[in-house]
Design a protein around this ligand. Structure first.
Ligand code: F6P
Length: 349
């Protein structure tokens, strides 16, 4: 009997809600057209170290609503490991794979693109709560993070109102302020601070004036959303010392909310508090939008594998599921579009 064709699947980079829905969709669609599916453990690390398992109808069932990734994830790049790319090719061959579906953010997808150029048959799926992957309107996980941040902001608003406070919420967004902008608009934030618009002393001054004016008008509480990657033009925010070098990911961010909170309190005299959502916004149940997007992306990825359209990434353009060259997502990120930020700005007062 002829051996079944095999497709591998891995999840690289930080996890996000909706990964399991995408794994499920990819696997079940592949089973339907006669493929065997191999789940690679812990991203590229698992491929290099030959850690995998067979996915079947039982271990891919009942996971559409589960957060995280049943496969595990890592930020390992084969290009930062001795002989890494060669080891990827060796294990790929040893597993008898025909193609590999890679779920990743901009970092993982850039690595995927480079490996494709070296001859690895790959298809990419964009996932990250940060929504900063080019060539697709949305990435898997983003809408869930926005919902979690919006829920948190709603809660902060009620306690801010009771105590007449300025409340800052720091959300994730390493290079871009997508979560901050969308959650800020959804919760009616008085200000949204994002990495795309670095803060100079003038902007901080304007922000403080606005907060004081609000207070004078009798609006005695305010909500501000800050993306973790927001920069002060005159002061570098120290990186926390907790960085664990296991997988040599990017430096950890966090703390800008507190720095800005202190500036506001000092300049306005208003009672100010700061909260940070940290990893809470990356865990747990995906919202329906992410489950649907992940399902459509998984189905499309298998279509690309079947047609041998390697070197492509599944994408959402308008409301169409399509694909684009992986190469196009290399070397850049998708910043918040000015028209979305302009909508938010209308309500800053
Ligand atoms: O997944 C992207 C992201 O959420 C960034 O916004 C954040 O800076 C980073 O992950 C933190 O990831 P970790 O600490 O898991 O490496």
């Amino acid at each position: 009997m002829k051996a079944k064709k095999r497709v591998g699947i891995l999840t690289g980079g930080g996890d996000c809600p909706g990964l399991n829905a995408a794994i499920r969709a990819t696997a079940k669609t592949a089973f339907k057209i006669g493929y065997e599916v191999i789940g690679i453990r812990d991203g590229w690390e698992g491929l290099i170290e030959d850690r995998s398992e067979i996915l079947d109808s039982s271990n891919t069932a009942g996971i559409i609503d589960r957060g995280g990734t049943i496969l595990g994830a890592s930020r390992t790049s084969p290009f930062r490991i001795d002989n890494g790319p060669q080891r990827v090719f060796d294990v790929f061959k040893k597993l008898g794979l025909e193609a590999l579906v890679v779920l990743g953010g901009e970092g993982t997808l850039a690595v995927t693109s480079q490996l494709f150029k070296m001859g690895l048959p790959v298809v990419g799926i964009a996932k990250t709560i940060d929504n900063d992957v080019r060539e697709t309107n949305f990435t898997i996980g983003f809408q869930t993070a926005v919902q979690i941040a919006t829920d948190a902001l709603d809660r902060l608003r009620s306690t801010a109102a009771s105590h007449h406070r300025v409340m800052l919420l720091e959300v994730m967004g390493r290079y871009t302020g997508w979560i901050a902008t969308f959650a800020g608009i959804a919760s009616g934030a008085e200000a949204i601070l994002i990495p795309e618009i670095p803060l100079n002393k003038e902007r901080i001054e304007k922000l403080c004036q606005m907060l004081k004016k609000r207070n004078k008008r009798g609006k005695n509480f305010s909500i501000i959303v800050v993306a973790e990657g927001t920069q002060l033009e005159w002061k570098a925010i120290l990186k926390p010392s907790l960085h664990i070098a296991r997988n040599e990911g990017p430096d950890r961010l966090g703390g800008i909310g507190r720095v800005i909170g202190e500036l506001i309190a000092g300049k306005t005299g208003l009672d100010t508090r700061v909260s940070s959502l940290d990893y809470i916004q990356r865990g747990g149940t995906p919202v329906a939008y992410d489950r649907n997007l992940a399902t459509a992306f998984g189905v499309k990825a298998v279509e690309l594998v079947k047609e041998k359209k390697y070197g492509e990434m599944v994408a959402l353009k308008g409301n169409r599921i399509t694909s684009t060259l992986l190469e196009k997502v290399e070397g850049g990120i998708k910043v918040v579009n000015p028209s979305a930020y302009k909508i938010a700005e209308i309500f800053f007062s």
